[in-house]
Ligand binder design. Structure first.
Ligand SMILES: Cc1cc2nc3c(=O)[nH]c(=O)nc-3n(C[C@H](O)[C@H](O)[C@H](O)COP(=O)(O)OP(=O)(O)OC[C@H]3O[C@@H](n4cnc5c(N)ncnc54)[C@H](O)[C@@H]3O)c2cc1C
Length: 287
């Protein structure tokens, strides 16, 4: 890319839905090679932007920066950034590195304490909104997380909406959702957000169901409901290949319905592999 990346919010407000991919920082060189190959394969779909996740509280953060540095010159890149346990000095230094790499936006997140962590994480930030405030006013556009089926710690969807509204007021200009499989949860979130005065685009995150056991585990961890009819169908599949066919068909239908219903874009959780993402895009007519 020769010029400054286009603002993510303007891409999301364009005439056609955007296409974007999420990658995570690999743990080793072999994982990095896989990611490079995935990135190269997915270029044929002409993504509008990509995003790169960032481990909370120290896990794999250097690798995240390395991925951002490698790809941000080739495609508009959103760097996820978690603030739990972080100091303003470390975040400032990272923002300098992201700025030098040419990232388009920061997805400002709180993150979660690792499972084996005991006590209260020290640091200068309490919630993601503290990070939104900290990053806003720098050169970056700021995005935030949204939860179609409620954040696991939140008392209600209404509380989540209030948190999202505060983040918009603090300068967030787009939101990206947690994975979900109940399409109504996404459209209800968007409609309630609009009623609450939240105007920023809310991009749905789509997880291709290629490995149903893995995806059902992730759904459980994130609190995403899986439609009973789909669970029954997956459970009655005669083998893994049959389950994959069922899962991928469901994911393609979900994607088509999201676009038909007016979603501003589709953000695919690639899990750093290109096969399922490519199949999903072809089946959904987005290739
Ligand atoms: C699209 C997406 C990408 C993600 N990427 C990453 C990643 O790269 N790395 C990673 O570690 N994790 C990632 N996560 C997970 C995320 O960090 C966790 O879900 C985390 O628990 C919440 O993050 P948040 O930014 O929503 O936090 P917050 O907005 O701080 O919310 C956390 C909890 O605090 C409550 N809360 C927030 N503000 C207030 C307030 N002012 N008053 C009262 N209650 C409040 C909220 O209701 C919620 O229950 C991602 C999640 C999503 C949806």
């Amino acid at each position: 890319m020769d010029n400054a990346p286009a603002p993510i919010s303007s891409l999301l407000s364009g005439a056609r839905p955007t296409l974007s991919f999420e990658f995570f920082p690999p743990k080793d060189d072999a994982g990095f090679e896989t990611l490079r190959s995935t990135f190269a394969h997915l270029q044929k779909f002409n993504p509008d932007f990509i995003s790169v996740t960032y481990g909370a509280m120290g896990s794999n953060q250097d690798s995240s920066l390395a991925v951002v540095q490698e790809f941000a010159g080739q495609v508009s890149t959103i760097a996820h950034l978690t603030c739990i346990g972080a100091t303003t000095a470390t975040i400032d230094a990272l923002l300098d590195s992201y700025s030098a790499a040419g990232v388009a936006g920061i997805l400002a997140l709180r993150g979660d304490t690792p499972k084996d962590f005991v006590g209260n994480p020290l640091g200068d930030f309490r919630t993601a909104n503290d990070l939104v405030n900290f990053v806003n006013g720098s050169t970056f556009e700021v995005g935030v997380a949204a939860f179609p089926e409620k954040h696991p710690e939140s008392p209600s969807l209404a509380h989540d909406l209030e948190v999202l509204r505060i983040k918009q007021e603090s300068g967030a200009s787009f939101a990206m959702t947690q994975l979900f499989f109940e399409i109504d949860a996404y459209f209800d979130l968007v409609s309630s957000a609009r009623d609450a005065g939240i105007t920023i685009p809310i991009v749905p995150g789509v997880m291709p169901i290629a490995n149903s056991k893995q995806v059902l585990r992730m759904a459980e961890m994130s609190g995403a409901m899986v439609p009973k009819a789909l669970v029954d169908e997956l459970n009655s599949a005669k083998d893994d290949e049959a389950a994959r066919t069922i899962g991928m068909r469901f994911s393609a239908e979900l994607t088509k319905e999201l676009i038909a219903g007016g979603a501003p874009g589709i953000h695919i959780f690639t899990l750093n592999h290109h096969k399922a993402t490519s199949e999903l895009l072809e089946a959904a007519g987005l290739a």
